[in-house]
Write a protein that binds this ligand. Structure first.
Ligand SMILES: Nc1ncnc2c1ncn2[C@@H]1O[C@H](COP(=O)(O)OP(=O)(O)OP(=O)(O)O)[C@@H](O)[C@H]1O
Ligand SMILES: [Mg+2]
Length: 237
């Protein structure tokens, strides 16, 4: 039996910030394999390193040490330009604050990254993706003319329109009320199912974590529990 290909494989991954005189260890040796198309929740107390881990796994931040393969690319050997190129089209990111460009319409916010990546039909794809997230009637609106939930739908469309193999979401419902947050999660899971992407989602919401196939918990720069490892141990016992 062959195992599914890995979307992410990290060994002894570290991130140290601060200065050489006063280094601050943020990630203290992360070992992690995530299979293609897995849906994984990342939990842990504030300051435990969740956003930092996501920044490294998504190529926004360079690791200080260790090895890291993401979607077949050797992230540990790439410089910042190389990471930016590797991210383009392969990785979609949804953050708590929606980070839409205020001077661009919803359609322009979704189309622009695809245009920058040289993808054909960027505008048509953006319009189709906005339709898919239920915003077909808001494509010409500016972010300030959209509700928080609508802005997050635009951010999801922007992340999924290039059909990335990996989607990262950092507390995507953190700025929304509970009902809107639930809709956004359902939407994100539905878009993920449609595209077969791997999804890693940071959350403080236990019910959202329960909706994911696998739950990782961080504390103090380490992964301290992994539901997949527990399941493997139980089936081996
Ligand atoms: N540029 C930086 N320089 C020094 N320390 C930093 C820097 N960025 C983050 N940190 C520290 O790294 C640790 C982990 O931060 P991170 O944002 O990854 O936590 P988190 O688990 O996402 O927390 P939260 O749930 O509050 O979002 C924190 O102690 C934070 O203060
Ligand atoms: Mg965080």
């Amino acid at each position: 039996m062959t195992s599914p290909p890995l979307a992410i494989s990290a060994r002894n991954l570290t991130l140290t910030l601060g200065t050489p005189a006063a280094p601050v260890p943020i990630l203290r040796g992360i070992d992690l394999d995530i299979a293609a198309s897995e849906v994984v929740a990342l939990l842990g107390p504030s300051g435990s390193g969740k956003s930092s881990l996501m920044a490294v796994l998504s190529g926004l931040e360079r690791a200080s040490g260790g090895s890291l393969m993401v979607a077949g690319a050797d992230f540990a050997s790439l410089d910042e330009d190389g990471l930016a190129a590797a991210r383009r089209g392969r990785i979609g990111i949804v953050l708590q604050a929606f980070h839409l460009l205020p001077t661009m319409t919803a359609a322009e916010n979704v189309a622009t990254p695809m245009e920058l990546a040289g993808m054909p039909d960027a505008v048509a794809r953006a319009l189709a993706e906005l339709e898919a997230v239920g915003l077909g009637h808001r494509t010409g609106h500016y972010p300030a003319q959209l509700s928080g939930g609508e802005q997050q739908r635009v951010a999801i469309a922007r992340a999924t329109a290039p059909r990335p193999s990996l989607i990262f979401a950092d507390e995507p419902t953190g700025n929304l009320d509970a009902a809107t947050g639930r809709e956004i999660i359902d939407l994100l899971l539905a878009r993920r199912a449609e595209t077969g992407a791997t999804l890693l989602i940071i959350t403080h919401d236990p019910s959202l974590a329960a909706a994911c196939e696998r739950v990782l918990t961080m504390a103090d720069g380490h992964i301290v529990s992994d539901s997949a490892a527990r399941a493997a141990a139980a089936s081996a016992a």
